[in-house]
Design a protein around this ligand. Structure first.
Ligand SMILES: [Cu+2]
Length: 297
């Protein structure tokens, strides 16, 4: 744990200053995370939206963004879906369930409509003090913004207030699709990374070509690694049901990325790459080998 704190403390300011805009003429939506709430507009227009996500908190945060099925409200989401995860996690944390039992409890109590929840790939894990820009195509509907990172005490961020509704309104304006420099393709055989992995401002396209038949989808979050970072530590931290899983602080600084999306969809994020060691890692499927290390020279 001491090592984790040192890694976060050593985050170069250069990274914070260097995250830059995705070069696309999309509408810009500001979402800010604090410990523990989201500041965000109540409505945004449909279409390609650049989401500028800023972490003004001390702990790492993300925006798990999903569109509710027709006829479902934020209250349904909180009392039926979030509550199922909270119960499973609390049983696990308090020593009343193994990981498998906790997962079973969650799966059993999720409402039938949860299968129709449309995950749209919200902004990925982001370290304190950073801003990331992601570009998503949003369909009209009722959305939920949620963070389920945990505090050092094992409280889930959404239980502390990090859950919020957002309405996406029609009509859909015509805006250009971003042009990526780097393509990350998510398949059930692993993560394929192609393109210009050199220093400079890069737009990363994340494409969900496949998702697991059962369980949670693939995602791609970008972490900056130290020369001696053990990738297994990062993989273990991603295990939400592990006792120490996903609790603040993170073992590495996260620079953003894209959360789970439906199969076939693509979203984008921008990052200014500096020379160094990096890791693309999937949240729910990292332990299955969904990660890719690379070095920028
Ligand atoms: Cu959070």
């Amino acid at each position: 744990m001491h090592r984790s704190i040192r890694l976060v403390a050593s985050l170069p300011l250069a990274i914070a200053a260097s995250l830059t805009a995705v070069p696309v003429h999309a509408q810009v939506v500001e979402i800010t995370a604090i410990d523990y709430a989201f500041q965000a507009p109540e409505t945004v227009p449909a279409g390609w939206n650049t989401i500028r996500f800023t972490n003004d908190g001390e702990e790492p945060h993300f925006v798990f963004m999903s569109r509710l099925p027709e006829g479902t409200t934020l209250a349904d989401y909180e009392t039926q879906a979030s509550a199922a995860f909270s119960r499973g996690w609390t049983a696990r944390r308090d020593g009343n369930a193994s990981e498998e039992e906790a997962l079973g409890m969650i799966m059993e109590s999720l409402p039938p409509w949860f299968a129709d929840l449309r995950m749209v790939g919200g902004p990925g894990f982001l370290a304190s003090g950073l801003t990331s820009e992601v570009v998503f195509h949003l369909e009209p509907g009722r959305y939920v913004l949620e963070c389920y990172v945990k505090t050092a005490d094992g409280e889930i961020h959404y239980m502390e207030g990090m859950i919020r509704p957002m309405e996406v309104t029609a009509p859909e304006p015509l805006v250009a699709t971003p042009r990526p420099d780097i393509r990350v393709t998510l398949t059930n055989d692993g993560m394929r990374v192609e393109g210009d992995l050199t220093a400079g401002r890069r737009v990363v396209a994340v494409h969900a070509q496949e998702n697991p038949e059962v369980g949670f989808g693939h995602s791609a979050h970008l972490a900056r690694l130290d020369a001696d970072t053990d990738i297994d530590d990062v993989v273990q931290w991603m295990n939400w049901l592990a006792i120490d899983g996903m609790r603040a602080p993170a073992p590495v600084p996260f620079l953003g990325g894209i959360h789970a999306m439906p199969t076939g969809e693509t979203a984008y994020f921008a990052v200014d790459l500096q020379p160094g060691r990096y890791l693309f890692i999937s949240e729910a499927t990292a332990h299955l080998g969904m990660l890719h290390e690379f070095t920028v020279r």
